[in-house]
Write a protein that binds this ligand. Sequence first.
Ligand SMILES: Cc1cc2nc3c(=O)[nH]c(=O)nc-3n(C[C@H](O)[C@H](O)[C@H](O)COP(=O)(O)O)c2cc1C
Length: 186
Amino acid sequence: MHILKNILAMAAVITMSCSSMIQAQAKNNNNMKSVIVYFTHSGNTELAAKQVAEVTGSKMIRLLPEQPYSSEDVNWVNKQSRCTQEHLNQSLRPAIKPIDIDFAMVDTVFVGFPIWWHEEPAVIRTFLDNYGEQLKDKVIFPFCTSYESPMSEADATLKKGYPSLKIRKGLRLPAKSEEIKKWIKQ
Ligand SMILES: Cc1cc2nc3c(=O)[nH]c(=O)nc-3n(C[C@H](O)[C@H](O)[C@H](O)COP(=O)(O)O)c2cc1C
């Protein structure tokens, strides 16, 4: 009887580990060769990127400005602050550190950012400018986090600024997994 109990317990363990292996495989097996590139200042967009990674199995790559933003830099009340200046002068492109992506290996790029001044921060424009050539044949899914602003204004500025890129409608996160799945099917 004791031996039978042990055999049954072992069988249960094996079944459970097989099922979690299958689940892990299913997560990455979405026929999508994708990567998540994101910028975050205070961490919210990194959590959002993790949500997208949970659903898609994509690797996450953080964009880092060469010169990090200080708290005074992101003080939007101050007209002279770096973020306000970057908003007022849309041609500004803060330098970013090079990123390690083999674009030949991906067909979809998720691009995440916090909404700054109702739209994408200038760092994202630097990324799209610097890597525009490699991004030309990719499908781009933008996503954002914000206090309250919807994604729609960033959708509009991205479309206007990068008409030659295949940019899909964006999503504001956090969102339910089902919503993320629906979004990437568009
Ligand atoms: C410079 C700056 C401008 C912002 N502008 C907006 C805005 O226009 N609308 C909004 O809802 N939130 C705005 N926010 C809030 C951020 O979008 C929000 O806190 C976001 O989740 C931060 O993401 P992070 O933690 O990844 O940096 C702004 C924040 C900063 C620092």
